[in-house]
Write a protein that binds this ligand. Structure first.
Ligand code: SF4
Ligand code: SF4
Length: 512
């Protein structure tokens, strides 16, 4: 079994090395024809083509060399506009990813299908081969977390910091410099054409990688928590919602030339939902568009409070949400790293509710401009508010920090400190919900497993020892505390509201 494990790891590492090398491979040659096809604006072409004349038909051995010349040509073309402060005429190079992909020649372009198989399919197989033997090595009951504080990757060792750096750098390039990832995006064109009817973007690549990583890490979840039905169902649920709702359906809608929508992504997590271009797209697509708009609003106003009332925020955070799904699969090996201190709890409450307020203010500003046409609200440019939110929260917090910090601060950094929807769900859960974790304090042996593995940094043991119900707004109802408790002290329940704030005595205990 150990051999299979080692072979799997070797296969995965080789494939991963190939994947990492791709942005540095390949050659680039931009032709005037390719450029014309990507820049449809004839007036912009007239300005850009003379500046790009030295770039056309020149062969570059690396994307860095290509970008140097290409960006310099753009700077030259825009110089006059900038000098004259004619900002509306400055040409944006937002086509650079498409142009880089179209300019790619040589090894990567010629072997894209083979590289797709190596980088994604064989690497996934290697990862699964590494995990499956765990089923047979020690077939004992219970959840194994052996050596979790001794392995560098799961206990903030050097390898964990390297992994964190990789994730953060990946997000920076994905959001800010996607053209550097063009060779990765290129590999996705075949699948993208089948699903969406068009070539791949960096977001298609991201969606695919998200699903692939969750799928592989779900195998680990199925093995690790194989004796716990709640965890098996929950893992299946997040995987289903990610693949079907976040990836397949929006891409198929794009193929049908309908507005693309992730039907489970709720504002304010989906902070672009009320942006002008989304509203315009929905309202110009007839009944279906209006239905989609209505569905999104229904979820915010009715769906969230009603579902949280009956089931707590777990229905979303641990069963449906994509961010939660990644945290519960890729992030599971890091859940013990969450900060349990009182200071972190205070910090968490301030930050997460501030982000919620920011999201509300930003959305009001955006809607004000949409309905009135005025670009300013109280003298502030609404576009700049929206840009600040998109950069600070959408990219930095949710992406780079939220996922990049998994190996350092645990799996729910974004959900705990940054997600405005989690803050909204949490307020309802705290004050108007049937959900709670009941604790049978007399049975607690103070082992601390529950607190250790709570990804939201809740000191579950303290509640258990006091026999208190856990009704914390941050609890995502993942159920891991109950799963790892050796004494069956904890139980996730949806009971009548009465007595929620008191210690709950289970019927079976009342008999004694
Ligand atoms: S208290 Fe338990 S159910 Fe709630 S987030 Fe922590 S581990 Fe998950
Ligand atoms: S895991 Fe169970 S027994 Fe251990 S401290 Fe928590 S509630 Fe008590």
């Amino acid at each position: 079994m150990k051999i299979i494990r080692n072979i799997g790891l070797t296969i995965f590492l080789i494939c991963f090395a190939v994947f990492l090398s791709l942005p540095f491979l390949g050659k680039y040659k931009l032709t005037e024809k390719t450029f014309t096809e990507n820049f449809s604006d004839v007036n912009q072409q007239k300005v850009l083509k003379p500046a790009l004349k030295d770039v056309f038909d020149k062969e570059y051995n690396s994307n860095v060399a290509f970008f140097n010349d290409y960006n310099k040509a753009f700077d030259d073309a825009n110089k006059d506009f900038r000098d004259k402060k004619e900002w509306d005429k400055v040409i944006n190079d937002n086509k650079i990813l498409d142009i880089t992909k179209s300019s790619s020649i040589g090894f990567v372009k010629d072997n894209s299908t083979l590289l797709f198989i190596i980088c994604f399919l064989i690497s996934a197989l290697g990862g699964i081969m590494y995990m499956v033997p765990a089923l047979f090595i020690k077939p004992v009951a219970g959840i194994k977390n052996d050596y979790i504080f001794k392995r560098g990757i799961t206990s903030r060792g050097i390898i964990a910091f390297c992994f964190a750096a990789f994730l953060i750098i990946f997000y920076i390039f994905l959001y800010q410099k996607p053209a550097y990832l063009s060779n990765w995006v290129l590999l996705m064109d075949g699948l993208s054409n089948t699903l969406t009817g068009g070539n791949s973007s960096q977001w298609f690549l991201y969606g695919f990688l998200y699903c692939l990583v969750m799928s592989v890490m779900s195998v680990r979840m199925y093995i690790k928590y194989r004796n716990n039905n709640y965890q098996l169902l929950r893992t299946t649920s997040v995987l289903f919602f990610q693949i079907a709702f976040a990836f397949m359906i929006p891409n198929i809608l794009t193929n049908l030339q309908l507005p693309s929508m992730d039907f489970k992504n709720i504002w304010p997590l989906d902070y672009t939902f009320f942006f002008d271009y989304r509203l315009t797209e929905l309202t110009s697509n007839g009944m279906l568009g209006y239905w989609m708009l209505g569905w999104g609003i229904f979820l915010i106003i009715v769906g969230v409070p009603v579902m949280v009332y009956f089931f707590g925020k777990r229905w979303y955070c641990s069963w449906v949400c994509g961010c939660g799904g990644l945290a519960e699969t890729l992030g599971d090996p890091f859940r013990q790293l969450s900060d349990k201190s009182l200071k972190a709890w205070k910090f968490e409450r301030i930050i997460v509710h501030s982000v919620l307020v920011f999201a509300v203010v930003m959305t009001i500003a955006v809607l004000y401009t949409f309905f009135t046409g005025s670009p300013k609200l109280l003298g502030i440019d609404t576009y700049s508010i929206r840009q600040t939110y998109s950069f600070g929260i959408g990219f930095m917090f949710a992406g780079a920090i939220g996922t990049g910090f998994y190996p350092v601060m645990g799996s729910r950094v974004w959900c705990r400190f940054g997600c405005p929807l989690a803050a909204y769900l949490g307020i309802v859960q705290r004050f108007k919900s049937r959900f709670r974790i009941t604790t049978n304090g007399a049975q607690c042996i103070s082992c601390g497993n529950c607190s250790t593995y709570c990804e939201m940094g809740i000191d579950v043991r303290a509640y258990a020892q006091n026999g208190e119900n856990i009704i914390r707004s941050s609890c995502v109802g993942c159920g891991i505390c109950a799963a790892v408790c050796p004494r069956g002290v904890l139980k996730l329940e949806n009971l009548a509201e009465e007595g929620r704030f008191d210690a709950y005595i289970r019927p079976e205990e009342k008999a004694f």
